[in-house]
Design a protein around this ligand. Structure first.
Ligand SMILES: Nc1ncnc2c1ncn2[C@@H]1O[C@H](COP(=O)(O)OP(=O)(O)OP(=O)(O)O)[C@@H](O)[C@H]1O
Ligand SMILES: O=c1ccn([C@@H]2O[C@H](COP(=O)(O)O)[C@@H](O)[C@H]2O)c(=O)[nH]1
Ligand SMILES: [Mg+2]
Length: 212
């Protein structure tokens, strides 16, 4: 009886260890999710999957049945239904074959959270949520500057940014608070320079092996 139980625990521990490890990276528009993820890819051997980038790619794919809808949602700062976004993330995770992912900008609302739980919770291991906390003023300046520098994004303008912040406050913050209640949030103040931010983040990621 005891041996069977121990074997069961060992099997469970091994299957959890073999699942891809996921860190969700959340924060306001322009809080630095993409920038920080790029740095972590080099240091800790993660694959970076930006939900927004995957949606923009899908939007531009000729013949995509969702292209027009995604385009409209992005401009209005609305959250695309989870079946589409989670489908793109799942496909990218399976295609990559890596065992370590930074999932940037997802889950963004309750629909995203529920859909992910339904489809992915058994096949991946979500380690924690990296929350990049930055003021609306700084974030807005950064996105406007990014737009002026030619990002080509249809949502790097004041009108879209107001809507994106509205969505962030009303739909994404409750998801971050939900993870916080389970002690899964690692918060970093990103109103600072990139080296200062990375210094704090190194500590948070110390459980992952750094690249030599
Ligand atoms: N700490 C920082 N200091 C100054 N500029 C920064 C910092 N972090 C990011 N930036 C710049 O701000 C802009 C937005 O950063 P980034 O794209 O990483 O944000 P994001 O959170 O991914 O935004 P979005 O949600 O709109 O995709 C970029 O032009 C980037 O170079
Ligand atoms: O899970 C997601 C992620 C993004 N979106 C839409 O894309 C834009 C841009 O996202 P960024 O992370 O800022 O690149 C976002 O405002 C949403 O409209 C989404 O629907 N679901
Ligand atoms: Mg981004």
């Amino acid at each position: 009886m005891l041996i069977t139980l121990l074997q069961g625990i060992r099997r469970f521990a091994m299957s959890a260890a073999q699942k891809p490890q996921i860190v969700f990276v959340l924060g306001a528009p322009g809080s630095g999710k993409g920038t920080i993820c790029k740095n972590l890819v080099d240091k800790f051997n993660f694959v970076h999957l930006s939900a927004g980038d995957l949606l923009r790619e899908e939007q531009n794919t000729a013949g995509s049945e969702h292209g027009d809808m995604i385009k409209e949602y992005i401009k209005l700062g609305k959250i695309v239904p989870v079946e589409i976004t989670c489908g793109l993330l799942k496909k990218a995770i399976e295609k990559s074959g890596s065992d370590r992912f930074l999932v940037d900008g997802f889950p963004r609302n309750q629909n995203n959270f529920d859909g992910w739980q339904k489809v992915m919770s058994d096949c991946v291991d979500v380690k924690f949520v990296l929350f990049l906390d930055c003021s609306e003023e700084v974030c807005t300046d950064r996105c406007l500057k990014r737009g002026a520098q030619g990002s080509g994004r249809t949502d790097d303008n004041l009108e879209s940014l107001k809507k994106r912040f509205n969505t962030y406050t009303n739909e994404t913050m409750p998801i971050i608070n939900h993870y916080e209640a389970s002690d899964m949030v690692r918060r970093v103040n990103t109103n600072r320079t990139i080296p200062e931010i990375l210094e704090d983040i190194k500590e948070i990621f110390s459980s992952f092996n750094a690249q030599s």
